[in-house]
Structures are given as structure tokens and as C-alpha cells.
Design a binder for this molecule. Structure first.
Ligand code: F0G
Length: 394
């Protein structure tokens, strides 16, 4: 197992504390690479969830809450509406803390332990902090979370509080918090960084691709997901490639990235590669993906281009409409960011795709305020049957 720099191609021996390429002037994210002999040994997968894929993970089981193994739900009614013959929703809200982050944290916390760290830290728009706080509690580690002040949904914040994290409300956005936590963890070696800059965390997240391929018998035509810091798209694309490399999938999917209109650095960069992958003052009500400087942009660009995929934007209104449509047609309630892929499909109505997997990354209860703003009248009625019957007939 090696660490590989996605920018300058340098290779390093495995080191749990190495998050960015140490080559002079590089500082780019690294990825975990397996030797052919390690792939050759990955022949048997047992059990359920993330740890089923232990032969393709960088560490043995350490701290688990039963992550992974989420439902891949066929969505016929919504598929008909979108003109997609086989639409599936991979519902990551079914993870223990309600988001896909748990797949990565179970692995990342194990690495933190192996590195001898007593404290773990992250910058977060909410879900990473909720997940990290839970797994840190489970492992008996101190959790430090840096959040953009006033911009974290209530469900996520209450999770970080419940699990006993030390919480800094940074007067700035996610990108400011990210810069600070990277600086802190590079100066304080005792603080282990668990953002998606950490290549080991992403190894856990790649297992979503394995689960999808196992359930469908091969990769789908396309996989569509919301993109913020761009760790998940990178991890899932790596997963599809590895599953193919060990001979278990015949093909690779197109990777479709959905971003919020005013927080879409990846979309802007793919349109004009001479511009940096960066947006100042990102805004969206899908606060999970309110990110202007994605640390994994280079990996995400490769995922989209190498897969023949694309990246596009959706507006906040389109996100809210998609959130309600998914909840009403299929019974799946997701947070606003997680509705972005459904909004993307509604907007683009792709004609050439038969089997599509939409990844819904976080549970709807994470952000109860978003639905509380929906235009619904809840009638106050007298405690009489007649009034209630009227509602049924309306
Ligand atoms: N969806 C949800 C619900 C998220 O919480 C995030 C990221 C994403 C999508 C985007 O994933 O960053 O890997 O591209 N949330 C991070 C956090 C940034 O701090 O919880 P990404």
C-alpha cells in the first residue's frame, strides 16, 4: 500500500499522518494505492456494510456503529416522471449518524488510533462534525469541530453537542474553517485531521461503489451525487475503478456532479479550465454543500472527465422542489443538499441513460428548518370529526 500524489505523481510509504504531498510547493491531496499483489488477495468479502470490504481497506476494524449497507431503492414512480427506466436511490441517510460520512469515519478514526492521536478535528458544514463526534465518542477520543457560525443545520449541530465535541463557531465560511484546521493539525501532531483531505477516510467512502455494483451485478450507466468539498465523488469513482480492477465489474459509470448554483466552483472550473476551482462567498440553502474552495477539486475533475460525466448546477428552488418530490413519490426524506442530484435529473432529463443511481447523502431530519419553510397550510381545527372529514375530501 502506498500514498500517491494526484498532482505531481510522487509516491510515499504509508503514513497515517501524511495528508498532503510533502514535495516542495505541491501540498496536493494524496490517495491510497494498492499493489497488484494486494488486489490479488482481495477475493472474499464477508459480512455486511463497510467492513465487508476489509481486503480493500487500509486498516482492520477498530470502531464501528454499523455503517454502510444502506438501501438501494428502486424508484419506479419517480423514474417514470424523469423518463429513466431504472432509477435507484442509494440512501445514505440510513447510516448511523444519518449521512455518508460514517463510511469514512469508521476507517479514519481507526487510523487516528493507530497514529496514537488523542484528539481528532475537522472543519464542517455539519455532517462531518456529527459523524466525527459520534465515532470519536465511541473510541474515547476528544473531538474538535470548526463550524461556519450560524450556517449549520440544527440536526447536525445537536449531534455534535450530544456527542460531546468541542465546538468552535468560526466567524467565516467553511473554507475559512478548513484553512484553520489544516494549519492546526499540521502544527499540532497530536490532533488528527479527519476532513476528506485525509486519504484514509475516503477509503471507507469508496465502499458505496462496491455495494452498488454488488446489488446491480455491474456498475450503473451513471451515478449522480451532490458535490461540495469533492471528497465523495473522488472516493466513489476510486471505488468503481478498484471493483473493476479486481474483475468484479465489467464497466464504469458516468459520474454526474450536482452543485448549488451559487456554490459551484467545480462547474465553473470545468467550463473554463484556466480559472481556479474557486468561488468567493458561496451561498445556498443546501448548507451542506456551501463550499467555495473544494480541497479535492483535482480528483473530482478527473472523476468527471475520465468517466465521460458532467457537472451542472441547480437552484435552491429546484433543490426544494426535488426534495419534496422525492419524499412524496418514494417515501424518502433527504436533506436539501441530497436532493440536488434529483433536481439535476429533473432539469436535464438525460435521454441516453437506462440505469441511474442517485446518491442521497444525508437524512431529511438533519435540517428540519428547510421543510418547516415549505408552503403548506396546517389547518387548526376544532376537535370535531366534521372538520377532519373536510380535510380528507379537500
Ligand atoms: N451531501 C451532504 C449531505 C454533505 O454533508 C456533504 C458534505 C456533501 C453532500 C458533499 O460531499 O464534500 O464529499 O463533496 N459535507 C461536508 C461536511 C463538507 O462538513 O459535512 P463532499
Amino acid at each position: 500500500m502506498l500514498l500517491h500524489c494526484v498532482a505531481c505523481d510522487a509516491k510515499y510509504a504509508q503514513d497515517p499522518m501524511l495528508y498532503a504531498c510533502p514535495a516542495k510547493g505541491c501540498d496536493s491531496p494524496l490517495e491510497v494505492l494498492y499493489e497488484p499483489a494486494e488486489f490479488a488477495k482481495a477475493t472474499s468479502f464477508e459480512g455486511r456494510g463497510v467492513w465487508r470490504y476489509r481486503p480493500l481497506l487500509p486498516v482492520d476494524r477498530a470502531v464501528t456503529l454499523g455503517e454502510g449497507g444502506t438501501g438501494l431503492h428502486p424508484c419506479e414512480r419517480l423514474g417514470r416522471e424523469l423518463g429513466i427506466p431504472r432509477l435507484y436511490v442509494k440512501n445514505e441517510g440510513e447510516n448511523p449518524t444519518g449521512s455518508f460520512k460514517d463510511r469514512g469515519m469508521t476507517v479514519g478514526i481507526a487510523l487516528a488510533r493507530s497514529a496514537g492521536s488523542r484528539a481528532v478535528a475537522c472543519a464542517s458544514t455539519g455532517n462531518t462534525s456529527a459523524s466525527m463526534a459520534a465515532y470519536a465518542a465511541r473510541a474515547g477520543l476528544t473531538a474538535l469541530v470548526l463550524l461556519p457560525a450560524g450556517k449549520v443545520a440544527l440536526g447536525k449541530l445537536s449531534q455534535a453537542i450530544a456527542h460531546g465535541a468541542r465546538i468552535a463557531q468560526v466567524e467565516g465560511n467553511f473554507d475559512d474553517a478548513m484553512r484553520l484546521v489544516v494549519e492546526l493539525s499540521s502544527k499540532e501532531r497530536s490532533v488528527y485531521l479527519l476532513n476528506s483531505l485525509n486519504p484514509y477516510r475516503l477509503e471507507g467512502q469508496k465502499t458505496l461503489a462496491f455495494e452498488v455494483c454488488e446489488a446491480l451485478g455491474d456498475a450503473p450507466d451513471a451515478l449522480v451525487l451532490p458535490v461540495g468539498n469533492a471528497g465523495n465523488i473522488s472516493a466513489i469513482w476510486k471505488g468503481f475503478n478498484e471493483w473493476k480492477a479486481i474483475g468484479r465489474a465489467r464497466r464504469l459509470p458516468r459520474m454526474l456532479a450536482a452543485q448549488a448554483e451559487k456554490s459551484a466552483p467545480l462547474v465553473a472550473h470545468l467550463r473554463d479550465r484556466s480559472k481556479p476551482c474557486r468561488v468567493e462567498n458561496p451561498e445556498t440553502l443546501a448548507t451542506a454543500i456551501r463550499i467555495g474552495q473544494p480541497v479535492n477539486w483535482r480528483k473530482a475533475v478527473a472523476a468527471v472527465l475520465d468517466s465521460g460525466g458532467e457537472a451542472g448546477t441547480v437552484t435552491d428552488d429546484e433543490i426544494l422542489a426535488a426534495q419534496r418530490l422525492l419524499a412524496r413519490t418514494e417515501g424518502i426524506f433527504v436533506e436539501p443538499a441530497s436532493a440536488a442530484p434529483i433536481a439535476w435529473l429533473l432539469k436535464n432529463r438525460p435521454k441516453d441513460l437506462e440505469t441511474v443511481v442517485a446518491v442521497t447523502t444525508g437524512h431529511g431530519l438533519k435540517d428540519p428548518d428547510a421543510m418547516a419553510k415549505a408552503p403548506v397550510t396546517m389547518e387548526r381545527v376544532k376537535p370535531e370529526l366534521a372538520a377532519i372529514r373536510r380535510l380528507l375530501d379537500s
